[in-house]
Design a protein around this ligand. Structure first.
Ligand SMILES: Nc1ncnc2c1ncn2[C@@H]1O[C@H](COP(=O)(O)OP(=O)(O)OP(=O)(O)O)[C@@H](O)[C@H]1O
Ligand SMILES: [Mg+2]
Length: 255
């Protein structure tokens, strides 16, 4: 039997301040199917509707019309908590993905308690510390030696790496990344992108990643979406994506 789409969005509409002078039609009949294993980079101008699309997928914003199906489950009217069975998010602000007052170990325990995964429960019994050290070592940022340090003392890059680890502990069906490297310096941004790539590949995670960095949109993922004025203007994958050049995208932005 063919695997169901990870996400099916049909005829999605979002209007802010309807019926007022400030009415803004932000998503205009968006249709999108995300297949298992897709790693999609989403680009588009400021205000194009990229974050609104992610927010309506995650459920933090209700859809005004249309349907959303996550891993075969209709979720259009369902809560953020319900949808989090299948999806995880990492935001632009490194402070949002981790609790600063808690230690690294406490943050991981918090994330693990959401997964309910058998393997983690087993690990907890056998020796939580060793499990955490191993997980943190995969980040290659030396965090495995700082398990008891409060996260607020870490750099943005370290916090973002930890956010990624926490967001993917539960092996989500869909990982949503909204400019998760935008607040980082170029070197750290590259490190976090490479880490993202490693995690996505290792766990074969299906991923939707918004970025303003065209070079990242071209370098990472198998598929590229361009959102313009609330619609998907470009959707390329595989060889067509690999053949795409930065100047062609810039041309599309100019249109
Ligand atoms: N909760 C909200 N209430 C009212 N208007 C909103 C809300 N969220 C977004 N908007 C408006 O919707 C439009 C699209 O915003 P959105 O954040 O989706 O753009 P974006 O493509 O993510 O842009 P950026 O690249 O700047 O992050 C903008 O005009 C924005 O002001
Ligand atoms: Mg945005």
């Amino acid at each position: 039997m063919p695997q169901p789409a990870v996400l099916q969005v049909s005829h999605l509409q979002k209007v802010f301040f309807p019926g007022t002078l400030n009415e803004r039609h932000v998503l205009k009949d968006v249709n999108l199917t995300i297949d298992p294993g897709d790693f999609i980079a989403v680009i588009g101008n400021n205000g194009a509707g990229k974050s609104t699309l992610l927010n309506t997928i995650a459920g933090t914003l209700p859809a005004d019309a249309g349907h959303l199906t996550l891993a075969g489950h209709p979720v259009t009217k369902r809560s953020v908590a319900y949808r989090s069975h299948w999806l995880s998010r990492v935001f632009q602000d490194p402070k949002l993905g981790t609790a600063g007052e808690l230690s690294v170990a406490q943050n991981l325990t918090l994330a693990a308690s959401h997964t309910g995964s058998l393997s983690l429960r087993r690990y907890r019994r056998r020796g939580q510390t060793e499990r955490y050290r191993k997980l943190l070592a995969t980040l290659e940022m030396g965090l495995e030696d700082r398990l008891n340090v409060q996260v607020k003392y870490f750099s943005g890059g370290q916090r973002q790496a930890l956010s990624l680890l926490m967001a993917t502990l539960s092996q989500p069906d869909l990982l949503l990344l909204d400019e998760h490297t935008a607040a980082l310096d170029p070197k750290t941004s590259r490190e976090v992108m490479d880490l993202t790539q490693r995690i996505v590949t290792t766990h074969r995670l299906t991923t939707l990643m918004i970025t303003h960095k065209l070079s990242d949109a071209l370098r990472y993922g198998n598929r590229l979406l361009m959102v313009q004025d609330g619609q998907i203007k470009l959707d390329v994958r595989g060889a067509a994506k690999a053949a795409l050049r930065q100047d062609q995208i810039l041309q599309l932005f100019a249109e």
